[in-house]
Every structure is written in structure tokens, then in C-alpha cells.
Design a protein around this ligand. Structure first.
Ligand code: ADP
Ligand code: MG
Length: 321
């Protein structure tokens, strides 16, 4: 027999809460942030066919749905507290719901973030998550704090998710091990929460990479009223990205999207501290450029030090692409 809306919620999404004052089951959830902390709130919508392929493993879809939201908390330097889950489902299919909930809640447990409510309805598969985190007043990492002379850093290995997308699109092929790695980057991103927390008081500005590095960096530049220079020679690359033709590497690195790595700006004097906290968080970080005065605009120097033409490289825009 088909599962009803409330049985579905009870079976898969009602869980005992630990820190929240009230979780799933009433008209509202009640959150209890630590005294004196600011609430950080972020929301992300994932639509089948737009943000994920219909063929994706539901365990991984559950993971990624929450991971992309945790990534926003990380980019603000906020500690995860709670989240809500809004689901539109074509049907109450337990073969989807059980693994989806499993992937979602395993990641939630790992980051100690509680599911406190949501909404469930029939409709084209759509997943909306809102996360709540906390941060000491004045310590949130913002897009607006970059200063001239700051180093620009990036975590992890951006570009690999895009490589997998291009394989799915049929525009390139990878060997088995390379595809497995790229596919993992695309389907199972790791939110950089520990790094974001450790960058409080150290980074002047931060953003998480979701729409492609250049486009996301442009948001930082605009909000901070500065320019920047990027050095392609210093971008992190490893196989399978490093073995692609240079134009493919550059396209993936600069406009890839779906990376969920942190891009952040910090004073050059802070470089040793940045390396130390990144190592403690278990994340690779690379210095890929420098913040310049606004008049300098955004310039990318290619692997030979020549200014690259950015004409055809803009950030991802859902209404333009
Ligand atoms: P309302 O009528 O107030 O919208 P619902 O009947 O939609 O409430 O939901 C009942 C309870 O179940 C609420 O506490 C709501 O937060 C929770 N809930 C609904 N859908 C989900 C979901 N997908 N995940 C977690 N909690 C949910
Ligand atoms: Mg409702």
C-alpha cells in the first residue's frame, strides 16, 4: 500500500532532537541558539534535471542536498545547528525515500545538525533545504571584506565535478579511476565546515564555489569594491584534471561549478596560519591570486604569465545558460 504523507514523515524524517527545543511534529520547530550568538540562515533548492540527474543514486542525492547547504554555513564560518527539508515527490516511493533519507541523515549526524521540520507534497522531484547555524556577532565571514593586497586562497581541487559533468554530457571521456574520482566530486561533495570555522578571525572574506570560480570570485570583488589577479599556474590540479588538454583544464578550473570548495581572502601575513588551520582541518589549500584595487578589474594570468582573455568565461546563471 502506498505510504501516506504523515506516515512518510514519521518513518523517514521524524527524529528525536538533541539541541533544538522542539523538532518535527508541531506547527513550528523551536531552536535554541547558544546565548549571544547570531543565527546564520541559508537555503538552497535542488530541482531534478537542473541540479541533479534523474539517474543519481538517492543516497548520494540525500548527501549532496544537505552538503550544498552546509557549504554555505561553512563559507560564513557558522557552526551547523538545524535544518528543514521541503520535498516535492512524484510519488511516495520507499525505494527512493529510504536511501535518500539515509544519505541525508548520515551527513547530518556527521556534522551534528538536526532535522527539525519541513514540508512534503506531491510534485516534480524538488528538494529545498534551509540550514540554521550560529556564529559570534561580528565574526561571520562575508563576501564584502576583501582588502587590497590580500591573498586569494582556494580549498580542495576545484574543477573535478565539471569534468564528470562533461563525461555525462558525452563531450569527453576519462579512464575508470579518473571518472570515479570526478564523479565522486560531483555527486558527493564534502562541505568544508571545519575550515570555515577555523577561518573566523583569519579570513577577511569568503564564499563557497557553486557557480564556477570566476563568477563566484566576481561576487566577492563586487561586494568588497576591489579587483583581483589570478595565477593559473598556481591553481591546484591533479589527475584526472591535470591530464586534460589545457583549454579543458582552464574551463573546469575557472567556470566549472558544483565545487563546494571555499574561496577566501586573507592578509599575506596570515599565510602560515591559514596553512596551519587548513592542515588541522584536513583540507588542501592553495594560494591562487591577489586582491588588487578596483581599477585593476579581474585579470587572469595563464600558465605562461600572459593575460588570458576572459570574454567567454562568465559565471553560471540559471536564467542565462
Ligand atoms: P503544516 O500543516 O503546519 O504545514 P505539515 O502537516 O506539513 O505541517 O507537517 C507536519 C509536521 O511534519 C511539521 O512539524 C513539519 O515541520 C514536519 N515535516 C513535514 N515534512 C517534513 C519533511 N520532509 N522533513 C521533516 N519534517 C517534515
Ligand atoms: Mg506543511
Amino acid at each position: 500500500m502506498a505510504l501516506g504523507e504523515f506516515e512518510l514523515i514519521d518513518r523517514y524524517f521524524r527524529r528525536p532532537v538533541r539541541r533544538a527545543a522542539l523538532g518535527v511534529g508541531d506547527d513550528c520547530a523551536l531552536l535554541q541558539p547558544s546565548p549571544g550568538m547570531q543565527l546564520a540562515v541559508s537555503t538552497d533548492l535542488l530541482v531534478e534535471g537542473r541540479h541533479f540527474l534523474s539517474t543519481v543514486d538517492p543516497v548520494l542525492l540525500g548527501h549532496k542536498s544537505l552538503a550544498v547547504n552546509l557549504s554555505d554555513l561553512a563559507a560564513c564560518g557558522a557552526a551547523p545547528l538545524a535544518f528543514t527539508l521541503s520535498l516535492a515527490l512524484p510519488r511516495a516511493d520507499e525505494r527512493f525515500l529510504a536511501p535518500f533519507a539515509q544519505g541525508l541523515l548520515a551527513l547530518a549526524d556527521r556534522f551534528d545538525i538536526e532535522l527539525v521540520g519541513g514540508d512534503t507534497t506531491a510534485g516534480p522531484l524538488t528538494i529545498g533545504i534551509t540550514v540554521f547555524g550560529e556564529v559570534p556577532p561580528g565574526q561571520a565571514l562575508l563576501r564584502s571584506g576583501a582588502r587590497v593586497g590580500d591573498d586569494i586562497w582556494v580549498s580542495g581541487w576545484p574543477g573535478e565535478a565539471r569534468l564528470a559533468l562533461e563525461v555525462f554530457r558525452g563531450s569527453l571521456s576519462l579512464d575508470e579511476a579518473g571518472f570515479a574520482q570526478a564523479r565522486h566530486a560531483m555527486e558527493c561533495p564534502e562541505p568544508r565546515v571545519a575550515l570555515g570555522l577555523a577561518l573566523r578571525g583569519l579570513a577577511h572574506a569568503a564564499i563557497d564555489l557553486s557557480d564556477g570560480l570566476l563568477g563566484d570570485l566576481r561576487h566577492v570583488l563586487q561586494r568588497s569594491g576591489v579587483g583581483a589577479q589570478l595565477w593559473l599556474a598556481d591553481f591546484p590540479r591533479r589527475a584526472p584534471l591535470a591530464t586534460q588538454p589545457l583549454p579543458v583544464q582552464r574551463m573546469c578550473l575557472l567556470t566549472g561549478g558544483d565545487d563546494y570548495e571555499l574561496l577566501f581572502c586573507a592578509a599575506p601575513e596570515s599565510a602560515p596560519a591559514v596553512r596551519a588551520v587548513a592542515e588541522q582541518a584536513g583540507v588542501a589549500v592553495h594560494r591562487i591570486g591577489r586582491i588588487e584595487p578596483a581599477e585593476a578589474g579581474l585579470r587572469v594570468l595563464d600558465e605562461t604569465g600572459q593575460a588570458a582573455d576572459l570574454g567567454h568565461w562568465s559565471g553560471f546563471d540559471h536564467f542565462k545558460t
